[in-house]
Design a protein. Sequence first.
Length: 359
Amino acid sequence: MIPAAYAQLDLEALLNNLNIVRKYAPHSKVMAVIKANAYGHGLGRIAHAIESQVDAVAVARTDEGVRLRKAGFNRPITVLEGFVNRQELDEQLSFHLDTVVHMPEQIPMLQHVDASQVISVWLKMDTGMSRLGLRPEEFQSAYQALTRCRCLKQAPGLMTHLANADDREDNKTVNQIDVFRHTINGLSGECSIANSAAILGWQQSLAEWVRPGLMLYGCSPFPDLSATELGLKPVMGLHSRLIAVKQLRKGDTVGYGSSWQAPVDTRLGVIAVGYGDGYPRHISPQAPVRVNDRVVPLIGRVSMDMITVDLHGAPEAQIGDPVTLWGDGLPVEEIAKAAATIPYTLICGITQRVQIVES
Ligand SMILES: *Cc1c(COP(=O)(O)O)cnc(C)c1O
């Protein structure tokens, strides 16, 4: 039986989006970012779908990498947050996970690893994000110290992360790239700077490796440019169905807090999706919901398991009819705007109850 609320994945769209990465970065190797359960799409499923198509994948945490290895994933996996202690480093060594050195404290731990063990390392520079990364003035000496670690069999990769790449007018990006390129001058090792926004908007950020996340899932990183305009196709559609239809009289109120009152007699639809599925509770009233092929406005508060819509614009709608919350024809970016958030949080935020199915 099809569950009431489900997320449908279009894996062809995923491959289409990977081709867009290649179109913008034809000379770069691709490290597909599949952290946070592949942005909500299901880690194993997405990893499997792209395994033979990408050069590497990236996750945020060690446990995500371990999960992938245990599922039989054989491509390089980079753990973007690196490690905090010897135990975590040992886990990365034994599961052949590539790591990130982003603070001086990690270097002695690597120096103590036996020469019989091997690990690939990215050395990360903080060029203005002030999150993870060595300061430019610490970078050269960290690099030299790493080259003396016997567990490194090749030069470390060199990476940084951009803070404002989604704003194509913001000069900070140029500045970050300049600091990075200036600081690594003379060091050998492959470079990586670009996330999705940089791949699509900042050609000068392209290097030996790119690290697309969001765009692979078919979302635009730019507030002023749609996914369609970029050639991206949504991978996830969030769907459910109408579970009740009723006639309200003028003056009836709907939902918790009675926040909506019928100004006229109204045909109301009740849909089986709510914040318990990851639908945003704070979305603005009148947000678009698609019932069959018609877009109708949300009314009343979002509850845990249900939302309510005004069916005035969909007079033929019947109990059991299909509903789209986002995806195909209803861009997740638009829903994100209505909820005063970004598409990342919506796709990452679908909950365990939402069954993921492939189309
Ligand atoms: C998440 C992440 C990415 C991918 O970013 P998108 O904006 O989703 O493309 C790339 N690099 C690092 C270090 C990240 O943490």
